[in-house]
Design a protein around this ligand. Structure first.
Ligand code: IPM
Ligand code: MG
Length: 388
């Protein structure tokens, strides 16, 4: 009785398989990482997004321009404003990233991106894919790097979340086989896993981190997580100086709140969805998602963003000017070090440590707190003192 449903489902699955095989060939073909030192001009795209996005992104651009003033004047750095990544425009064009916006993004080397609203099933908005997820795929930003540091508690974690595969690869293309049966798919490729694992281990080696933990659920999700685990283990053998351990995602979420054990974790490598979930948990220890920046690195492009959403409620309630720019400023610090401005990046992180700890400039998201732009001014003042 289900024959035609089965046929349709198999046809949809076939199309997915073909697309994923093509993607696999594409990612294998890209070998080299961009060498920013060799570029005459590094173009930083600034893409505000929607909700509180434009406000916190503008603030971060202001701080970046302040830090990079000389480089901008010398033509070494150029900023490019990219509009049109708003939920209204994306719905009007019925595209997660409208074509003209994507073309502009591709003219940049690195992108600072504000949060964008993501429609979800049942909220009345059309089923367009998240702009984040679409951008990670379109620019092949395969490594989502999310640091969490709480020095006074000995916490120094860096998450290497695989960013283009796993449950996200075809997350908007699951199949409703019948009214009663829905199926989604999880994707793991050899290249996709090896490249994220390598990045995690290289990072560990360069930064003197003694341990890499491979996080998965290979006891249940045997095929894709099993492949992820095996390939990461293999890469780990190339780094005998680094301890490799393996944890299931469920017990990892528990161990992160175990004060005796959590200090042992340093670098994590993990599939997309687990990385999504656990980096919110991890950021919470540090003061919440508003304090955490995130890098989305690929071979050709890199994009830097907050780890939180666009907070449309703050805008609706007229509180947008009190939005907290810290996550975007942390992301800006990651951008600076990614393109080779390490001293400037460290100075910005240091300024943020000072400003975020100062009760006189507390951001509460409301009138009783500091505004986004006052906080930005304070960061720049502080930077002046650090950079001289
Ligand atoms: C993140 C966000 C995104 C994700 C959402 C907005 C689609 O939660 O960057 O962690 O799930 O990756
Ligand atoms: Mg998330």
């Amino acid at each position: 009785m289900y024959e035609s449903d089965i046929k349709n489902a198999v046809a949809s699955f076939e199309a997915l398989v073909r697309k994923q095989l093509e993607r696999n060939e594409r990612i294998k073909a890209t070998k080299e990482f961009t060498d920013y030192e060799k570029l005459d001009t590094i173009v930083i795209g600034v893409c505000g997004g929607d909700g509180i996005g434009p406000i916190i992104t503008k603030e971060s651009e202001r701080v970046l321009r302040f830090i990079l003033k000389d480089q901008v004047e010398a033509g070494r750095i150029a900023f490019k404003t990219i509009d049109g990544l708003t939920i209204e425009n994306r719905i009007a064009k019925m595209q997660p990233i409208p074509d003209d916006v994507l073309a502009e993004l591709k003219q940049c080397h690195v992108i600072l991106k504000g949060p964008t609203t993501t429609p979800q099933a049942g909220d009345g908005l059309p089923n367009i894919e998240s702009a984040n997820v679409a951008m990670r795929k379109a620019l092949d930003l395969f490594a989502n790097v999310r640091p969490v540091r709480i020095p006074e508690e000995g916490i120094d974690w860096t998450f290497f979340r695989e960013n283009t595969e796993g449950a996200y690869a075809v997350g908007s293309e699951g199949v409703n086989v019948t009214d009663e049966l829905a199926m989604d798919f999880v994707v793991t490729t050899t290249e996709g896993t090896q490249r994220i694992a390598r990045l995690a281990y290289e990072f560990a080696r360069k930064n003197g981190k003694e341990r890499v933990s491979i996080i998965q659920k290979a006891n249940v999700i045997k095929t894709t997580d099993g492949k992820f685990l095996n390939l990461c283990r293999e890469i780990g053998k190339e780094y005998p100086d680094i301890i490799t351990d393996e944890w299931y995602i469920d017990i990892t979420t528990a161990k992160l709140i175990d004060p005796k054990r959590r200090k042992d974790f340093k670098v994590f490598v993990l599939p997309n969805l687990y990385g999504d979930i656990i980096t919110d948990e991890a950021a919470e220890f540090q003061g919440g998602v508003g304090t955490a920046g995130s890098a989305n690195n690929g071979k050709r492009y890199a994009m830097f963003e907050a780890i939180h959403g666009s907070a449309p409620r703050m805008v609706k309630e007229g509180r947008a000017q009190y939005a907290d720019p810290c996550s975007m400023l942390r992301a800006s610090a990651m951008l600076l070090s990614h393109i080779g401005f390490v001293k400037e990046s460290e100075a910005l992180d240091k300024a943020l440590d000072i400003c975020m700890a100062d009760a006189s400039h507390k951001i509460t998201g409301r009138e009783d707190g500091c505004t986004c732009s006052d906080f930005g001014d304070y960061v720049m003042e502080t930077l002046q003192g650090i950079l001289g």
